[in-house]
Design a protein around this ligand. Structure first.
Ligand SMILES: Nc1ncnc2c1ncn2[C@@H]1O[C@H](COP(=O)(O)OP(=O)(O)OP(=O)(O)O)[C@@H](O)[C@H]1O
Ligand SMILES: [Mg+2]
Length: 502
């Protein structure tokens, strides 16, 4: 018998049919993958299961009872727990308080109910052990890493004995070894008879953790399959409907004048997180930065972009030395940075898609750091429409608030914003986080196109296949320094990893 069943679910938002007649069920002891392109409806389906959204049509069945909708409370009572794409732990309180938030356990002392701290602490210790998180229950959640915060969320699900645990893109912000830890936790939860729903755009991972997969496309149901009958190509064909080509490197016969676009010399950050960084970027090439999480790649880019203080070093653009003291200087000089963390440094959550796209150009075209001379509404609309098309942003209208978009489509808006600022150099920091395989290849094509147009392209990525299929030259970083250099001809996964860990 299934742990929970969704029958013929349809969900509409103004102007969009997010889900059209979708049926889905979770069995005990299985990891059920939910797969589909950006905007296919995965998160929406799961929000209906968690009670956050009410379905427009269809029903839910749990413990033999059929419901028209779940409320969050009803969903919990039926043993369903969700870990959102954007984690929802509270940084300002302790691990223990996060686990018991809204569900304080009380005991009676002389007939008066008081909070049972001792029990909650003990139970927290148990569940932390269960998920392999070596922290004290009293530690503040704000001091934990993303991976540890995620473990707190899983521990919370375990604490209340969730039967179905939904993980929406749990690995998109994790380093390789953290992913392995998560996978082992998923295996353990599964062996206890729980059902796991797992959403991911990483197909290798899908094939490792999954037992079954349900594929959605544009809000419609494609099918449910056993993972053992699948491989990456089959999955891609089911979700995208076409094959995806392998590499996006410079063609052998492409020739460029021997011109240096960007030259960075002895760049050192005040905080020492990047030291003695020297490299140059030539016309026509894409330069990659590989390395482990924390190797100093993002930190280097921040220093170039004026988002972090420099102790020393020079940056030259087409031979001319730049004075970059803040991000506005960088923007005006023609440097763009697509950040890896769209929620924290990426977008303006209360603004429309249109405003979010036009923002960088608007600032660049203005005087006094955005005080005067903003671009006209007509120009704003034009710029936004161009990027909507170029980035294939899936939305009902450009006037929608950006948070209404699916995760991957939000990322596309951020890409569009920087493209619209007419940069001379564009830095992509983990550009395809949360982006589906089909769109990924579109973004890689676009990077190549930019390089061909003479725009400097730097790519920071922890995904080795991404670096290897897009970069003509690769610098490997470790401990804040450059540790090695490879060309596309002599680089492979093995020697990149070796250089990063040496
Ligand atoms: N609150 C909302 N208001 C309006 N439209 C919405 C809302 N939430 C989702 N949508 C739309 O529903 C569709 C499905 O979105 P959903 O977030 O479920 O996609 P997804 O499969 O999770 O994609 P991704 O892989 O990018 O996270 C999208 O077109 C999205 O814009
Ligand atoms: Mg989603």
């Amino acid at each position: 018998m299934s742990l929970v069943e969704m029958k013929h679910i349809t969900k509409t938002f103004p102007g969009v049919i997010a889900l059209n007649d979708i049926s889905f069920e979770v069995q005990p002891g299985e990891t059920h993958i939910l797969l589909g392109e950006n905007g296919a409806g995965k998160s929406t389906l799961m929000k209906i299961l968690s009670g956050a959204y009410e379905p427009t049509q269809g029903t839910l069945v749990a413990n033999g009872i059929e419901y028209k909708r779940f409320t969050p409370k009803l969903s919990q009572e039926n043993g369903i727990s969700i870990i959102y794409q954007e984690l929802s732990v509270i940084n300002e309180i302790s691990i223990q308080e996060n686990i018991f938030v809204g569900k304080m356990v009380t005991k009676k002392v002389c007939g008066i109910p008081v909070i049972d701290k001792a029990y909650m602490r003990k139970r927290t210790q148990e569940v932390l052990e269960e998920v392999g998180l070596k922290r004290d229950p009293s530690e503040m959640v704000g001091s934990l890493s993303i991976s540890e915060k995620q473990m707190v969320e899983i521990a919370k699900a375990v604490a209340f004995d969730a039967k179905v645990i939904i993980m929406d893109e749990p690995t998109s912000s994790l380093a390789q070894e953290e992913i392995q830890h998560l996978v082992s936790i998923v295996e353990r939860l599964k062996s206890q008879g729980r059902g796991i729903v797992f959403i991911s755009h990483k197909l290798d991972e899908v094939l490792t953790v999954g037992d079954r997969v349900t594929v959605l496309k544009d809000g419609t149901y494609v099918g449910t399959y056993n993972i053992r009958d699948m491989d990456e190509d089959k999955l891609v064909r089911l979700m995208v409907g076409r094959e995806i080509k392998g590499t996006y490197l410079k063609e052998a016969d492409e020739e460029y004048p021997d011109e240096t676009i960007l030259e960075v010399e002895n760049l050192t950050r005040k905080d020492g997180k990047a030291r003695n960084i020297s490299f140059s970027l030539k016309k026509g090439e894409i330069l990659g930065f590989s390395g482990l999480v924390g190797a100093g790649r993002t930190e280097t880019m921040e220093a170039i972009f004026g988002a972090a203080k420099k102790k020393s070093g020079t940056i030259r653009l087409y031979g001319e030395e730049l004075k970059i003291n803040n991000t506005y200087d960088a923007l005006c000089a023609g440097i763009a940075l697509v950040t890896e963390n769209r929620r924290e440094t990426g977008f303006a959550p209360f603004f429309s898609i249109k405003k979010n796209i036009a923002q960088a150009l608007e600032l660049k075209e203005s005087s006094f750091g955005g005080m005067t001379g903003l671009i006209s509404p007509a120009q704003e609309k034009k710029v936004a429409e161009e990027q909507e098309k170029a980035m294939q942003i899936k939305c009902a209208s450009l006037d929608q608030v950006i948070t209404e978009l699916s995760g991957g489509n939000q990322q596309k808006v951020i890409l569009g914003r920087w493209m619209a600022s007419n940069p001379k150099v564009i830095i992509f920091d983990e550009p395809t986080k949360g982006i589906d395989v089909g769109t990924k290849s579109e973004i890689y094509k676009l990077m190549r196109q930019l390089a061909r147009q003479g725009i400097g392209v730097l790519v920071v990525s922890s995904e080795l296949p991404e670096i290897l299929s897009t970069c003509d030259r690769i610098l490997v970083m470790g401990e804040g320094q450059i540790k090695g250099e490879f060309t596309s001809a002599n680089a492979n996964e093995e020697n990149l990893v070796r250089a990063a860990t040496s």
